[in-house]
Design a protein around this ligand. Structure first.
Ligand SMILES: Cc1ncc(COP(=O)(O)O)c(C=O)c1O
Length: 412
């Protein structure tokens, strides 16, 4: 059911004169109805979900990689936290103190990653914006992978630093750019542990090796790599057997494998001390709700106790990739992670998602402007609880749909 505004319809607001708004309005009118954007869901966002119409569908649109959001320990921890501390942290932690849960979570994140300290923020996106915006300034250079997440780009904008991108996962291009980085005060290099649109990972060992030749600060965003890669889910440093202290700024989210909400920055105790007393998005923001801290802490405990969950996810990821490739689908550079793009032209991606929805599979197309016009795709996030049969059925449905449509169908 859709809510209707009580306000009488109003004359054009000024937004209609913004070109971006007009482009968006037109696209929404043309394709919005096919995609189910903002449709209420009547269950958790797991390997299955219940739609607005009450239908149970296979779901590939959530980040709960290890299938923990309904784990009894996670739910109980959140309930206990609400019962004991209430629903809110109540104020900024700097000026009103914090709960033992905040401290336990931050220590647990640091221990899990093998670094000295960690600090949590109420949003993963916000953690990148405020950390980069606070630590870097006009006399600095920030080099980032061409496919870096929007939150990093927003942080760079805020910092006022000069921004240059290097080709996706191209260490040689990064080195070229580092050679040209002479007059700057600090140079920051930012990469992701797993690229959320492409499902691939950078060669972290090669990037760390560049630190011996060039003076730069290295930041890794582990939003999609924590809990998913590395033998025990400790992320990209574990996967490459790189010592965690070789990375200056670890960043990650609580919202994906840790089934909560929020973000963290981790590393040397001086970095965290500096941020804890000064970083605007931490200092001037109410702390993480205790229930969110408790849920993330419980999830981290489970991953630590049961690395077999990570192994199962990785097995199913390999299966997905093999089946997709065998069906002739284009997975690009994806591999070794639970994120799978299937590249199609934009019109085909939209129609295929609509057809999948009709057949009981929920996955979303990624289209312009989220990616460039010639890089549209359907993105599948794997969940540990997906069965091998559900993966096979989905790939078969997609392959059948694509072989049933012809070029003229797509152009129509
Ligand atoms: C690479 C990356 N960094 C940061 C974020 C922001 O995290 P959050 O969704 O927890 O705000 C995301 C979210 O999808 C992401 O993919």
């Amino acid at each position: 059911m859709h809510m209707h505004s009580n306000f009488p319809s109003q004359p054009d607001s000024g937004w209609y004169h913004d070109r971006r708004y007009r482009v968006f309005k037109q696209a929404k009118a043309e394709i919005g109805h096919l995609l189910g954007y903002f449709e209420p869901r009547h269950s958790h966002n797991g390997h299955m979900m219940q739609t607005e119409a009450g239908k149970e569908v296979i779901n590939f649109s959530g980040y709960d990689y290890l299938s923990l959001t309904r784990h009894p320990d996670v739910q109980q921890a959140a309930l206990d936290a609400v019962a004991r501390f209430g629903s809110s942290a109540g104020a900024s932690r700097l000026v009103s103190g914090e709960t033992p849960l905040h401290q336990a979570l931050e220590q647990r994140i640091a221990d899990f990653l093998g670094v000295e300290r960690a600090l949590t923020f109420v949003s993963g996106h916000g953690a990148n914006v405020t950390t980069i915006g606070f630590l870097f300034g006009k006399s600095d250079l920030i080099l980032h992978d061409a496919y870096i997440h929007n939150s990093v780009l927003e942080g760079i904008k805020l910092s006022g630093a000069e921004r240059r991108s290097f080709n996706h996962n191209d260490v040689q291009d990064l080195e070229e750019k580092l050679k040209q980085a002479r007059p700057f005060k600090h140079v920051l290099v930012v990469v992701e542990g797993v690229y959320s649109m492409d499902g691939d990972a950078p060669d972290l060992r090669a990037i760390v090796a560049l630190k011996a030749k060039y003076d730069f600060v290295l930041m890794v965003d582990e939003a999609h790599s924590l809990g998913t890669i590395g033998e025990t889910g400790r992320g990209i440093a574990e996967m490459y057997r790189v010592p965690p202290e070789a990375i200056d700024i670890w960043m990650g989210t609580l919202s994906k494998s840790l089934v909560s909400c929020g973000g963290y920055v981790a590393g040397h105790r001086d970095l965290i001390d500096f941020l804890q007393y000064n970083c605007p998005g931490f200092v001037f923001s109410t702390g993480l709700p205790p229930a969110n801290a408790a849920a993330a802490l419980a999830a981290l405990d489970i991953i630590d106790r049961a690395p077999s969950l990570v192994e199962e996810l990785q097995d199913k990821s390999r299966h997905f990739l093999m089946q997709a490739q065998a069906a002739g689908l284009n997975t690009g550079t994806a591999g070794g992670t639970p994120v799978f793009p299937i590249y199609l032209d934009q019109q085909a991606a939209i129609l295929a998602c609509s057809a999948l929805r009709e057949s009981g599979v929920n996955a979303f197309p990624i289209i312009y402007p989220a990616v460039s016009k010639n890089a549209a795709r359907i993105r599948f996030f794997l969940n540990r609880a997906h069965s091998y049969a559900q993966i096979d059925t989905t790939i078969q449905l997609l392959a059948d749909f694509l072989s049933s449509v012809t070029e003229p169908d797509l152009a129509a």
